[in-house]
Design a protein around this ligand. Sequence first.
Ligand code: AMP
Ligand code: GLY
Length: 419
Amino acid sequence: MRVLLIGSGGREHALAWKLAQSPLLETLFIAPGNPGTAQCGTNVVLDVTRHAEVIAFCHSNGIGFVIVGPEAPLVAGLVDDLEAAGIKAFGPSKAAARLEGSKAFTKELCMEARIPTAAYARFTDLAAAKAYVLAQGAPIVIKADGLAAGKGVVVAESVEQALAAVEDNLGQGVAGAEIVIEECMVGEEASFFALVDGTHALALASAQDHKRVGDGDTGPNTGGMGAYSPAPVVTPAIEARVMAEIIRPTVDAMAKRGTPFKGVLFAGLMITETGPRLIEYNTRFGDPECEVLMPRLKSDLLAALLATVDGQLLNTVLDWSDEAALTVVFAAKGYPAKPETGTVIGVLDQVGAMAGVTVFHAGTKRRDDGALVANGGRVLAVTGVGGTIGEAKDKAYAAVHAIDWTGGFYRSDIGFRAV
Ligand code: AMP
Ligand code: GLY
């Protein structure tokens, strides 16, 4: 089968690396890909915002299956347009991708299907928002939404801090802003993944991300500075509850609405004293979670993704390694605010050849002279695999220390909750 993978991050290198091992794969194209995916297939230049251009490429290259990595093309309806053109595609429709694209949609669905999540309310009015904070008390979570986005999420420990965050978003001089005020859930976070074929859900594996830029979970939020899998906090009993109380009711509610979900459902969870609760949904693989899931998956990824699109998950069983995986993100100095690009990364061959180590590329590029340079915020995801999370961690850090790149930095405590 000839396959086109859309995306260019560490997630897509991990997917391409795994797809390249499939006996079903004839040829793999990646658009636009990165220097890492170029080792697994052929990178192609395509403007994926022009769906007609993607469809034309598929027709002229005999592509039988398209796999969409990131959220933007899903929310833009690329899968709908590919299917309308008769091309099989992995990922949710535009309507189903609202689970990631619209917080309001997901909260409404959670209420309707009685899925455990934080109570919430939306505000555009400063006085009303302040009154709500005073009535609810602290801790409480303030999330910027809509036009004023960028100020992010504040988990306020005190009422004063909450009121300041509200003022920041809705105060004088801020026009057209909207915020969401949420109940603060207390517990340990985990990322949970399931394949969903419209009707059936198949649990993949759990992982834990590290969102803050600095050691000890300090500093601003990032896309993720490292991850490991499995997440010990997601015990078999918790996994069973996540499937029964969160994933299956969501799959059923989406089907009932006439917008069945097909693809990978990524639940951001808070494991609280009373059980798992949903923080938010994403409708794609996580990054860097994918870089620890793929090395642990023993079964054929391509077959599993095809079974998802074909509605065959009921008959699908996946085999996972008992080993643990841990990935350390090597980011460009200045990330997340202003990553410094263009710095030269030394040759990675020897590092990639270390036992139990895989170096996934994210924001890298080849200069005309062949040198590998930083080309984004998160640049490399260095994954170690071992018998325990501790062993995986040792391998990942040994590899990171062997990389010759002075333009980058990394967290030195990935896995601290589990080791
Ligand atoms: P989000 O932008 O919604 O992904 O939230 C970013 C981070 O804020 C999450 O990973 C959590 O650490 C935290 N967070 C968001 N919502 C809540 C909540 N209701 N209770 C506690 N923490 C939250
Ligand atoms: N690592 C979190 C995400 O992919 O959204």
